[in-house]
Design a protein around this ligand. Structure first.
Ligand code: FAD
Length: 297
């Protein structure tokens, strides 16, 4: 059961500082089942899902930034799933495990929110969570040390967020920690790529934060597939060298600058080199940035 489209609390409201150290999360290295409490569609292809927590009196207590792992038993379909990492026999139920990045903060007790893009027939876990799962059904989550990413408070003077689609989820965590902290001195430039204006996840919240924290946070939306005749007045195409040069300090900024990058695999490949590789390649390397100036989520 899904609700009609509206902006859920985790995509509205003010940035909130609610940091806890790594190792405090309610989910540990053993999977625990929790129920889906609510699902709200927030774009033609994405939903915010609210899940209950094992201890309803406490927040999730996830450090910033970090993700969690979801596990569900899903039927294998040889026609659709043969090229994927999960390999089963046709019709057999098998464990599918995927990482997701909560967008709610530790201010919220008893539940947490995920923003999930539905890949439709192409996706296994996303299709299950966004379509097939019903409110009240349970799904397993766990959190391991490997899921702990770069941690707030961040020390760099400038953070440039290079974002595509649901890559916005760790950036929402980071923005809560930066803009919600009166003592944080980092400035943030976000270059946020999406296909069309309908796809911009969390747009009203991100834009309102950019307005509210105008000196500290700037966002530039870039659309690759917006209809020519739409009334979109912002940038079109992809994140380019020119856009980075216009908005971000050069490599000589050294330790004062870091790129946070999160998006689909082709975006990593073009801008920083593959997500799994420690080294950087692509545009940022060509522009002279060093691997220490780039964090791949
Ligand atoms: C650290 C981390 C955090 C993540 N956090 C989130 C999050 O908060 N919200 C969210 O929606 N997703 C997030 N993801 C992606 C998520 O883990 C799954 O990969 C995604 O939901 C697709 O899983 P699936 O089983 O539905 O698709 P699969 O069955 O694994 O793949 C099906 C097809 O979907 C497409 N696809 C899968 N993943 C991507 C992708 N990332 N970009 C473009 N196309 C893709 C491909 O065409 C692929 O062949 C995160 C990934 C990582 C690594």
């Amino acid at each position: 059961m899904s609700k009609a489209s509206y902006d859920p609390p985790s995509l509205t409201g003010n940035p909130t500082l609610a940091l806890v150290p790594p190792g405090s999360c309610q989910f540990t290295d053993e999977f625990k089942p929790v129920p889906l409490l609510e699902r709200v569609r927030v774009s033609p292809t994405s939903s915010v899902l609210r899940f209950g927590l094992p201890d309803k009196s406490l927040p999730l207590n996830l450090s910033t930034c970090a993700c969690i792992l979801a596990r569900a038993k899903l039927p294998y379909d040889a026609k659709k799933d043969s090229n994927k990492t999960d390999k089963g026999k046709d019709g057999e139920l098998e464990d599918v495990i995927r990482p997701y990045t909560p967008i709610s903060t530790n201010e919220l007790k008893g539940c947490f929110d995920l923003l999930i893009k539905d890949y439709g027939e192409d996706g296994r876990m996303s299709r299950y969570m966004c379509h097939d799962m019903n409110v009240g059904d349970e799904i397993d989550f766990k959190h391991i040390e490997f899921n702990v990413k770069i941690q707030a408070p961040f020390k760099q003077k400038t953070i440039c967020m290079l974002v595509g689609g649901t890559g916005i989820t760790p950036m929402i965590q980071a923005l809560h920690a930066i803009l919600g902290d009166n003592d944080a001195s980092s400035n943030v430039v976000m270059l946020y790529g999406n296909k069309s204006s309908n796809d911009i996840l969390g747009k009203s919240m991100i834009d309102s934060w950019a307005k509210q924290f105008g000196d500290q946070f700037k966002v530039h939306h870039v659309l690759s597939n917006e209809p020519e005749d739409s009334d979109w007045k912002g940038k079109r195409g992809f994140i380019t060298r020119e856009l980075i040069e216009e908005n971000v300090p050069g490599p000589e900024a050294g330790d004062d600058l870091i790129f946070f990058i999160c998006g689909p695999p082709p975006m990593y490949n073009a801008l920083s080199g593959p997500r799994g590789e420690d080294e950087i390649s692509g545009l940022l390397k060509e522009m002279g940035y060093k691997k220490e100036q780039v964090y791949k989520f």
